[in-house]
Design a binder for this molecule. Structure first.
Ligand code: D5M
Ligand code: FE
Ligand code: ZN
Length: 474
């Protein structure tokens, strides 16, 4: 708790920065970290900075990573630095793993004598098949390129079959006649020892996505049922009991249907004005009880650039949302920490709408054969193993930030949450709960054409004390 002296100082700082707070603000200011952060701000701090700190003061939500849009134009050299940054980070992860600890540079491999055991860490520059149906990978690091052959008879052939360009892997094998004959491929992956965290409180987080507000196919009635349930108005006794314990609602992109997203979309729209679509969303979300924190990230239908990372929604479009005290606008992707208490570090939730998913659903044979886009669980596992949301360069449009790769999975999340596919799955990979959220829009002509049957009006409810997941239908 801040002392009276500290309280006075905080009020002064807030007034100077033009921020008005209600009387309940001081009563609720019980987080010493927040008090310290505000007091250590320079005199003429930006309003935005203070607001960010205040936002985190709200119960149990901390924005760990959310990306802003960078203003500068990108050049070819940015792509080179971006790939170097990505390679270095994944190399660091791989170097810690059993099997690739002794990896050396490609230049040093090439200088070796014949028939020597070698280990390298490389980015896949190219992948092909030899005339005997073995897989041939061209691997690259900062010192050069080398070919690596994986024969059909090796156990690791299955791993090689799934590999895509631009992912970073460890390779162990024998160097002979300028080629590495591969014994083992090691992926950066999630450690097998990754722990399942359980929270101290019997509370719930709800995961949903793709409301597509504004579309003629938006399912008003079902969405209203969902909100009525959150308000304890409908459901069985057991379901009402869960509703009482909900503290967080995540909505993972395609918040509105947008305008001009596909050629004939105009005819599919009930609300043909983007601001009206976001206003409608605010009207719905306003009905959610205020003790529930609502976290919103954008998707490919939202009023933002399609380049990833997509920044949080702009205030201009989402004024109503900004005025709701329990709404947090974050980027796509982003990492949000929830449920932390004095003795518990909280859960990290990795949010990603999922624009890269179709690429892997169609290109990776093992995923395609098991259901393709219907198997978000397999796609999510594939991405976690590669520690990247879109390993192959052409799988999404992205901004090549030379200092950081926002699509890299460096922090191991407790929850990996995506949408876009309009179906729901809840699964686990190495103690990470992988959730693909459903949607609130019926079948569109486009989906009918691509043969993807949606499973709308479902949410995934997770108990943060037991980590039990439940798919609920509305
Ligand atoms: O995506 C709506 C639906 O359409 C969802 O089921 C995914 C599918 N979809 C979206 N983009 C593609 C591509 N490029 N190929 C195949 N299927 C796709 P939404 O983002 O809501 O329009
Ligand atoms: Fe969608
Ligand atoms: Zn989408």
């Amino acid at each position: 708790m801040p002392t009276n002296e500290e309280k006075k100082k905080i009020v002064e700082i807030l007034i100077k920065s033009g921020i008005l707070v209600g009387p309940e603000f001081m009563t609720n200011l019980d987080n010493d970290d927040v008090v310290k952060k505000i007091l250590s701000l320079p005199e003429n701090s930006q309003e935005e900075e203070i607001k960010k700190i205040l936002l985190e003061n709200k119960r149990g939500v901390k924005i760990v990573k959310s990306y802003k849009e960078e203003a500068n134009k990108r050049t070819v050299s940015d792509f080179i630095s971006y790939f170097n940054t990505r390679y270095n980070k994944l190399k660091e992860i791989l170097h810690k793993k059993q099997g690739t600890q002794d990896a050396i540079s490609i230049k040093r491999v090439v200088a070796k004598s014949e028939n020597e055991k070698v280990s390298i860490i490389g980015m896949i520059y190219d992948k092909g098949v030899t005339k005997n149906n073995n897989i041939i990978l061209t691997l690259e690091d900062q010192t050069g390129r080398i070919k690596a052959v994986v024969t059909k008879t090796k156990d690791t052939f299955k791993v090689a079959e799934e590999c895509v360009c631009d992912e970073v892997i460890g390779v162990n094998g024998t160097f002979n006649k300028g080629i590495i004959f591969v014994d083992e491929i090691i992926l950066p992956d999630i450690p097998a020892t990754n722990e399942l965290k359980k929270g101290p409180e019997d509370i719930y987080a709800i995961f949903t996505g793709d409301p597509h507000i504004g579309s003629k196919h938006f399912l008003h009635e079902n969405f209203n049922n969902f909100i009525a349930w959150l308000n304890g108005e409908i459901g069985t006794e057991e379901q009402k009991n869960i509703a009482k314990k909900v503290r967080y609602v995540f909505v993972v992109g395609d918040l509105v249907d947008g305008i001009g997203i596909y050629p004939s979309q105009y005819d599919d729209l009930e609300l043909k004005d983007i601001k009206k679509q976001y206003e409608k969303l605010s009207e719905y979300l306003e009905k959610i009880p205020k003790h529930i924190e609502i976290i919103l990230c954008p998707g490919n239908h939202d009023a933002l650039r399609l380049i990833e990372p997509q920044p949080p929604l702009y205030k201009d479009y989402a004024e109503g949302l900004c005025n709701l005290p329990n709404v947090y606008l974050v980027s796509n992707p982003s990492i949000i920490n929830i449920g932390a208490t004095e003795n518990f570090q909280g859960f990290n939730v990795l949010l990603y709408h999922g624009a890269s998913f179709h690429f892997y659903a169609e290109r990776v044979a093992s995923i395609m054969q098991q259901g393709g886009p219907k198997r978000a669980d397999l796609i999510m596992k594939f991405l976690l193993q590669r520690r990247h949301l879109a390993p192959e360069h052409t799988s999404v449009n992205y901004a090549p930030n030379p200092e950081e790769d926002p699509l890299l999975i460096d922090i191991i999340p407790d929850f990996f949450v995506t949408g876009h596919i309009h179906r729901s799955t809840a699964s686990t990979y190495r103690n990470i709960t992988t959730i693909n959220c459903s949607c609130w829009i019926g079948m569109t002509d486009f989906q009918e054409k691509v043969g993807l049957i949606p499973e709308p009006a479902r949410v995934v409810a997770v108990n943060l004390q037991t980590r039990e997941t439940k798919i609920m239908r509305f």
